[in-house]
Design a protein around this ligand. Structure first.
Ligand code: F6P
Length: 417
């Protein structure tokens, strides 16, 4: 019997030495897949160890020659794997198993469990040879870990390096007979893909091979007020209003001050006039993305919310009930917008230079929801006022937001759409 391939459930198991960025990768990947609409969660063995045994195990605990501790670590790893597999029995689509999984025995056990539950298993191995990157990772995440609370920095570093050495002594890299896997060496300098098929695994490969780990902000703003914003009409391709043009000038002054004349800032707009006109005073040729065009309101394009409510009450009510999934007749839903801005996210993750995105309310809500890892249901309601610049800086464990408000301030008509 052939198995239906739609709706498959995925177990993603990380592989790698400590301090290689596995947890950062797991969290970013979970945020991305959840944002795409696949319920995803991370299951972390280190956290379970700290909860169960308390933090602060010495490096000897991680020595493979320490039989008792090895058995204890195996039990913890099994318990977390149980949770991950149990979670997949519900509505979830992807479980990310965040542990070192650095021995062949450990991985063979995972493969047997995944096969028994008919889950698609993908190993993701993170290899890093660069001592500067390892040291930075160690200082950024490990020294502040509860494992080293109250321990001076030098002793913590010595202990953690000894822990890594224990893992190195037993580490086995993935081999060709281990099924589907992806290996990322030195942050993408080299990528190996082995027996990876399917849509979700394909999205994972595309995302992880482009992911940069450097802390680097992105700037998001809507276009200046358009002639249609001024009268409450949605969609279309209107020009900027006089107030919108004033905002564009003020934005350009700010950008010149903030980035300097010789900056490598890249500017991205949609293909609609209001964003291109907003970018014009910057004097930087923008990259134009169709994928950044505003949500397409279909038969409601050009109407006000009041007109929609009066002439198409059933549509208006359907959107009010489930704004994320609602699709305008012959138009788009927020869900559709997320799918099409996926490629913009991949590019933003790949870029190492600063990017200013000038786009539209719904599209920017979708981008913001990705960076701030917000649930789909909240996406259509995120505040995204005109003449306001958002600076978002993703970090290992969250995303910082700074807002800059510009003159002229404008009030928009109520958007109960
Ligand atoms: O009103 C400006 C606008 O960008 C419209 O073109 C678009 O339909 C709308 O905002 C999106 O916001 P909402 O999803 O809240 O209706």
């Amino acid at each position: 019997m052939t198995r239906p391939r739609r709706g498959r459930k995925h177990l993603i198991a990380l592989v790698g030495l400590p301090a290689r960025g596995k947890t950062f990768t797991a969290r970013k990947l979970a945020g991305y897949l959840a944002w795409l609409g696949y319920p995803t969660r991370v299951f972390n063995v280190g956290e379970r160890r700290r909860e169960t045994l308390g933090p602060g195990q010495h490096h000897e605990f991680f020595d493979p020659a320490n039989r008792d501790a090895t058995a204890q670590r195996q039990r913890l790893a099994d318990a977390v794997l149980d949770d991950a597999l149990r979670w997949l029995r519900g509505d979830a689509r992807v479980a990310i198993y965040d542990a070192t999984n650095s021995t062949r025995e450990r991985r063979d056990g995972i493969r047997a469990r995944a096969a028994a539950e008919d889950r698609d298993l993908l190993f993701v191995e993170i290899v890093n040879h660069d001592p500067v990157v390892i040291e930075a990772n160690l200082r950024e995440t490990k020294l502040s870990s509860p494992d080293y609370a109250g321990v001076d920095e030098a002793s913590a570093l010595t202990d953690f390096r000894a822990r890594i050495a224990h893992y190195e002594s037993a580490y086995k890299t993935l081999r060709d007979d281990e099924g589907a896997w992806l290996r990322i060496v030195d942050r993408g300098r080299q990528v190996e893909i082995h027996e990876v098929w399917g849509w979700i695994p394909g999205r994972i490969v595309s995302f992880l091979t482009n992911l940069q780990v450097t802390r680097r902000p992105v700037w998001l703003t809507r276009h200046g007020e358009s002639l249609w914003n001024a009268v409450g009409r949605i969609g279309g391709d209107p020009e900027l209003s006089p107030r919108g043009r004033e905002f564009a000038e003020n934005l350009a002054c700010f950008v010149r001050r903030h980035f300097g004349r010789d900056s490598d800032l890249d500017v991205w707009t949609s293909t609609l006039r209001r964003t291109i006109e907003t970018a014009a005073p910057l004097g930087i040729e923008p990259g134009q993305w169709k994928a950044l065009d505003e949500i397409h309101a279909g038969v409601c394009d050009g109407m006000t919310y009041r007109e929609i409510a009066a002439t198409m009450p059933a549509e208006f009510e359907a959107r009010r009930r489930d704004k994320f999934s609602y699709r305008y007749p012959r138009g788009e839903s927020y869900q559709d917008v997320v799918q099409r801005v996926d490629r913009v996210i991949i590019e933003l993750e790949r870029y190492r230079t600063p990017v200013l995105v000038i786009a539209h309310r719904a599209v920017l809500r979708a981008l913001r929801a990705y960076f701030q890892q917000l649930p789909p249901a909240e996406t259509p309601f995120l505040p995204m006022p005109l003449h306001t610049l958002l600076q978002l800086t993703p970090s290992a464990y969250g995303c910082e937001e700074v807002r800059v408000e510009f003159e002229p301030r404008v009030e928009e008509s109520p958007d109960r759409g």
